[in-house]
Ligand binder design. Structure first.
Ligand SMILES: *[C@@H]1O[C@H](CO)[C@@H](O)[C@H](O)[C@H]1NC(C)=O
Ligand SMILES: *[C@@H]1O[C@H](CO)[C@@H](O)[C@H](O)[C@H]1NC(C)=O
Ligand SMILES: *[C@@H]1O[C@H](CO)[C@@H](O)[C@H](O)[C@H]1NC(C)=O
Length: 389
């Protein structure tokens, strides 16, 4: 792996975390998007795999082959410092030197030896890589397997975005009345129950959230204390940085019966499906707003880092396991806070939220127009979707 790619990856992922579930503009387009000429071309371009995942796979392969793990007693022996390292060469002729990919304070007890932690980490990376290589285009299969991951299907689901439009909405009881309530990136509910509800059935996060829990709490809290909705509420996570598979092992190793670590890692096939849909809507938006050819899309979006948001994968997951899907807290109105629960002001362009809103609008108004979900041979039917403002 080339070193010059890594700091941007880390920066971008950190900023992505700051911006996740951040809903800046109006969710529902005021008028339906103009049809775009060359839709089959957009589909073809969007179906080219690699968006957002190329860099992840390179990094996973490098970690699988060359990573090392070492821990050192830290001051006072209250805990150990763990380093995940990867050799890199600054230039083709320079000898490789170890670079720290991840550094954590971990408990003295509970963790296996460095060697067996590395072996488990390599096993996780190996499964991750195999899943990415084997992914298929069988949408009904991908969606069907989600019910297996969650244990069953649900009659009604609410996916709760984190937009400030929820403040003052009084939607809490309506949200809590759903059979499955999915929340995003551990957004706080305490103090907001009237507007966002109090029930959580599934906490959906990107792996940065778990890493932050591990960095803060691995020493002090069982299972990294990553369950603000209660220790038994399952967490579904997608891997946005392969090193985070090590956080998962560490948090799991410190789990206890009263603080278990009920983690479901979503499937590479779901990642690929979300990537194709996100890229299609981003291409479509690019073409219709700039008038430039779709091939110019990369002028605006860096293909290596472009990624769908956590909210979008949670919505796609809900399509797979629910008979009816309601979306709350996506989108924005003038004057609304960005997040209901933070004072964050800005987001970055890693995600194309406007494009994702057009996707949600299509799910509600014309699901037959959503690419990749619609093809008759796929055998998948989009359930009714309702956007609540
Ligand atoms: C692992 O390290 C070796 C030696 O530096 C290098 O040639 C190889 O490409 C690395 N493997 C991966 C998958 O990056
Ligand atoms: C956590 O560890 C237990 C065994 O200790 C294992 O059965 C389970 O699959 C692990 N879960 C995760 C998410 O790694
Ligand atoms: C496409 O992008 C290039 C720059 O990368 C620009 O020169 C060109 O004018 C763009 N095409 C159109 C039709 O705008």
């Amino acid at each position: 792996m080339k070193r010059r790619h890594l700091p941007p990856v880390l920066l971008v992922l950190l900023l992505s975390l700051l911006s996740l579930s951040f809903r800046r503009r109006l969710l529902i387009p005021q008028s339906p998007p103009r049809p775009v000429a060359g839709d089959p071309l957009l589909r073809r371009l969007a179906a080219t795999d690699g968006v957002g995942s190329g860099q992840i796979l390179v990094e996973a392969a490098a970690l699988f082959s060359n990573a090392s793990i070492s821990t050192f007693p830290s001051l006072g022996n209250h805990h150990r410092l763990l380093y995940l390292r990867l050799p890199y060469s600054a230039s083709p002729r320079a000898p490789p030197r170890p670079r720290t990919v991840l550094r954590l304070r971990v408990p003295n007890e509970a963790l296996p030896s460095d060697g067996s932690l590395l072996a488990s980490f390599r096993a996780s990376l190996g499964s991750f890589l195999v899943a990415h290589r084997r992914r298929t285009r069988n949408v009904a299969g991908v969606m069907g397997d989600l019910a297996g991951l969650l244990g069953r299907r649900f009659p009604t689901c609410a996916v709760v975005g984190n937009s400030g439009v929820l403040l003052g909405s009084g939607r809490g009881p309506q949200i809590d009345a759903h059979d499955l309530v999915i929340r995003l990136n551990n957004a706080r509910v305490a103090g907001f129950a009237a507007d966002v509800g109090a029930k959580t059935s599934l906490s959906f996060v990107n792996s940065n959230i778990l890493h932050i829990c591990a960095a803060r709490n691995a020493v002090t809290a069982a299972a990294c204390g990553c369950h603000p909705y209660g220790p038994t509420v399952p967490m579904a996570m997608y891997v946005c940085q392969p090193a985070h598979l090590l956080d998962a092992l560490i948090c799991n190793a410190t789990a206890t019966p009263s603080s278990p670590f009920p983690l479901l890692v979503t499937d590479a096939r779901l990642d690929a499906l979300c990537a194709r849909i996100a890229k299609y809507y981003s291409l479509r938006r690019f073409v219709s707003t700039t008038g430039e050819p779709a091939s110019n899309w990369t002028r605006k979006h860096d293909e290596r880092y472009f990624h769908y948001s956590s909210g979008m994968q949670a919505v796609v997951m809900a399509l797979g396991v629910c008979d009816e899907v309601s979306l709350f807290g996506f989108g924005k109105t003038p004057g609304a806070k960005h997040h209901y629960h933070t004072n964050q002001k800005k987001e970055l362009d890693l995600h194309d939220y406007e494009a994702e809103y057009e996707f949600y609008g299509d799910l509600q108004a014309r699901p037959e127009a959503v690419p990749f979900l619609d093809e008759p041979q796929q055998g998948f039917t989009v359930p009714p979707v309702r956007l609540h403002r």
